[in-house]
Write a protein that binds this ligand. Structure first.
Ligand SMILES: [Ca+2]
Length: 275
């Protein structure tokens, strides 16, 4: 299903959410509308905003990575897709290469001094030199491309289904797959990914939730409820923004960053156990 077609009906819903919010922007309330039935053995988290940074409000974020001392981002939409290096503190785009307009940029991962970028439905990925964004080569895959991250050895790819693929970073061959489930319930719409301390963190498309996934079994080990963050980002900006999408991890300092499509803000968050 087209993300653009799905994006358009979201706008009135978003206004409704804002209208119903009573103008409050408290980020960590209990009893969120997104609270879900709880599964045994699964942990639940909310969040605390540690820092707020500017983010390009025209960036339709599909991939987000922290590497060295900067953010790297892949943006989507045909004719607006790009790969970019972004200064964290200012949101300033330090380097940017446009993707040809027939492609819709998706997930991004940096591994072995290469930047891998997926595209949505073209079944083609790009490999760049992350230092200058020089295109090194392209690669093919089957199905759609959504999120991308890595565990230091394999690329880890989502395609909107509950299945996550592990790819060899050299041959791009599928090494293995996992099927993501919360108990017995398959999790669909798995979008942007980040590998954090031995787990896969995954945005679930069109929700304000992140799933934490065991990379061996595919089981959801925890849910992070980020309700309220989109309202915080919308604040002071007139034009509408889209869904939460984009997780990056600064391994050296243990910082987790999240943003969304067309969000003017990027947040450093800390997880809090949900009561
Ligand atoms: Ca990411």
């Amino acid at each position: 299903m087209s993300k653009i077609l799905k994006f358009m009906p979201m706008l009135p819903i978003m206004y409704l959410l804002i209208a119903c919010s009573g103008g409050t922007n408290s980020p960590a309330q209990e009893n969120h509308p997104e609270d879900q039935p709880r599964s045994a053995g699964v942990q639940y988290f909310t969040y605390e905003v540690i820092n707020t940074f500017p983010h390009d409000p025209s960036a339709y974020t599909q991939g987000l990575v922290f590497h060295g001392d900067a953010l790297y981002e892949s943006t989507g939409l045909n004719g607006q897709s790009s790969i970019r290096k972004v200064e964290l503190q200012t949101g300033k785009v330090l380097r940017k290469v446009e993707v040809a307009p027939q492609f819709f940029g998706e997930g991004l991962a940096l591994l072995n001094d290469r930047a891998y970028q997926l595209t949505w439905q073209s079944q083609q990925g790009f490999i760049y030199d992350p230092n200058d964004f020089r295109l090194l080569k392209t690669f093919k895959y089957t199905g759609e491309g959504w999120g991308l991250t890595h565990d230091g050895h394999s690329l880890i790819m989502s395609d909107g289904t509950p299945r996550i693929r592990f790819l060899d970073p050299d041959s791009l061959a599928v090494q293995r797959t996992i099927d993501v489930a919360d108990g017995q319930s398959p999790i669909h719409q798995i979008n942007e990914l980040e590998y954090i301390k031995g787990e896969i963190y995954a945005n679930i498309y069109q929700t304000e939730r992140i799933a934490r996934i065991d990379p061996e079994s595919g089981k959801v080990t925890a849910w992070i409820n980020l309700s309220g963050l989109r309202l915080l980002s919308q604040q002071d900006q007139q034009r509408p923004i889209d869904v939460l999408n984009g997780i990056a991890y600064d391994e050296a300092r243990g910082r987790i960053f999240v943003t969304g499509k067309l969000w003017p803000k990027l947040f450093e968050i800390k997880l809090k156990a949900s009561k």
